[in-house]
Design a protein around this ligand. Structure first.
Ligand code: SIN
Length: 483
């Protein structure tokens, strides 16, 4: 923590109604690179979650009533403060999450870009007038903020997943309560400190940090004052939270798991495909929902692609994220390491060939070697589950139709990627892939101008883009009669 220049960014308790709220109980935040204690944080529970919801409810009316230009100004100020502190915020993020500093800096800028984007969109929350069916009537449509928004966010993007939700909610005129992942509360609390510095009023942005996700989650999904709940995380947990939201008919956004196919056709630029795959697969040590999970390569280029990929993977530098040359950091915890290990061992036991890596890395207890496996088949567990680790499994296919069928043979539908230089194929394949986002000759697709979200069991709702405000507003129809 000594490495953080602006020490006011390091907080150890929840931020509720503009105040830092201590509790007698504490939980430990640990550096995944070396398992050392970073900080003991006050362990909030149901009472604090309820206080935060009530504070957000009390703050809602006056925040919603502010002119959009004023909300925009405050969001922009928040954006500027985040960017001013990019270095410190990145360091904090690396310490608690493990990703390399360069990636952490990228995440801070990525998260802040949603603040900037929605500061602009706040001013464009347009409605409509619609021609009425009779001369004495007028039809006006307005968009109004839904009310109190609650959210649960994951450890893999401790800053950006909060910024992406909060910026849209605040721009629309909603107030907001977030519970960040237990492993990574510090980035969230630093965002709260900067929200306060930006002048965002007390109660509008609240952060509840705690180790009992179930108890806090119950309040955030079921409290009568909550209008909308937004979740980024696994499909299994998302299903449970959805059920909890059902009774109160809460509006819901679900950004859930993925099982992204990455298809390399025989007409692809192989070097570009290798670079795209490295970016997609190994970003955040493979711990993203949009990571390439199944790499499908057409038979004619299979060997050439595997050879080039092996060379590229061999050059990846594994190490503590704070070291400037590290490209692959640790996995988040021991459970994650066990899961990745089991998937790789299972694939090899079922006949896949291990070309590179395959086990933990000497950089530390939670590091896994960048791994390349070939001769993988669709029925192996590694093809069916989200790997969430730096493991690239290669599968061969023969025809375009087979690639599409393989790609779509999953319950998930978040991101897909393919490489081809045939324009006809580009349109044919893009059309048939059952995914919310498709990267074509591109491995990194996320940005604030684009709608992030999935189909099938990857969830629903879109974050970012002009569509990003939709989930935070209700449509109200005014019928003027007797004219
Ligand atoms: C995620 O993995 O959940 C988000 C990734 C992104 O925003 O690019």
């Amino acid at each position: 923590m000594k490495q953080i220049t602006a020490s006011e960014l390091v907080k150890n308790s929840s931020y509720i109604n503009g105040r830092w709220c201590d509790t007698p109980a504490r939980f430990a935040v640990v550096n995944p690179a070396n398992q050392q204690l970073l900080l003991e944080v006050a362990d909030a529970g149901a009472a604090e979650a309820e206080q935060a919801v009530l504070a957000a409810s009390a703050a809602f009316a006056s925040w919603a009533a502010l002119p959009a230009a004023k909300r925009s100004e405050l969001l922009l100020r928040w954006y500027q403060l985040v960017m001013q502190h990019q270095q410190d915020l990145a360091r904090l993020l690396t310490l608690e999450q493990g990703k390399p500093l360069s990636e952490a800096k990228g995440e801070i800028a990525y998260g802040a870009s949603y603040m900037q984007w929605f500061a602009e969109e706040a001013k464009r929350l347009y409605g409509d007038t619609i021609p009425a069916p009779s001369a004495d009537k007028r039809i006006i449509v307005q968009r109004q903020p839904v009310g109190v928004v609650t959210a649960i966010t994951p450890w893999n993007f401790p800053n950006a997943m909060i910024a992406r939700k909060a910026a849209a909610a605040l721009a629309a005129g909603c107030s907001f309560v977030v519970k960040p992942a237990q492993q990574t509360p510090l980035s969230a609390l630093a965002l709260a400190e900067l929200a306060e510095q930006a002048g965002i009023p007390a109660g509008v942005f609240n952060v509840v940090v705690g180790s009992d996700a179930k108890t806090i989650g119950a309040v955030l999904t079921q409290h009568p004052k909550v209008a909308k709940f937004s979740f980024t995380g696994s499909t299994a947990v998302g299903k449970q939270l959805l059920k909890q939201c059902a009774d109160g008919v809460k509006r819901v956004t679900m950004e859930l798991g993925g099982n992204a196919p990455f298809i390399v056709f025989d007409d692809a630029d192989l070097d570009a495909a290798v670079q795209g795959l490295l970016a997609s697969k190994f970003r955040n040590a493979g711990q993203t929902c949009v990571c390439a999970n199944r790499i499908l390569v057409q038979r004619g280029v299979y060997q050439a692609f595997a050879d080039k990929l092996a060379i590229a993977i061999t050059s990846l530098k594994v190490g503590d994220g704070v070291n400037s040359d590290s490209q692959i950091g640790p996995l988040i915890d021991d459970k994650a390491l066990q899961k990745v290990t089991a998937l790789v061992q299972g694939a090899v036991a079922e006949g896949a060939k291990l070309l590179l890596g395959g086990s933990s890395h000497s950089a530390g207890k939670q590091f896994f070697q960048p791994t390349l496996i070939t001769e993988v088949s669709a029925d192996m567990a590694i093809s069916k589950e989200e790997i969430f680790g730096p493991v690239a499994p290669l599968m061969v296919f023969d025809s375009e139709a087979e690639a599409i069928a393989l790609a779509n043979s999953t319950d998930y539908g978040l991101a897909a990627y393919f490489y081809s230089r045939d324009i006809g194929r580009v349109f044919r394949v893009a059309q048939q892939l059952q995914f919310g986002m498709v990267g074509i000759n591109e491995g990194i697709i996320s940005n604030a101008a684009a709608p992030f979200g999935g189909v099938k069991q990857s969830g629903f709702g879109r974050e970012g883009a002009k569509y990003g405000l939709d989930d935070y507003t209700d449509i109200k129809y005014l019928c003027l009669g007797g004219l």
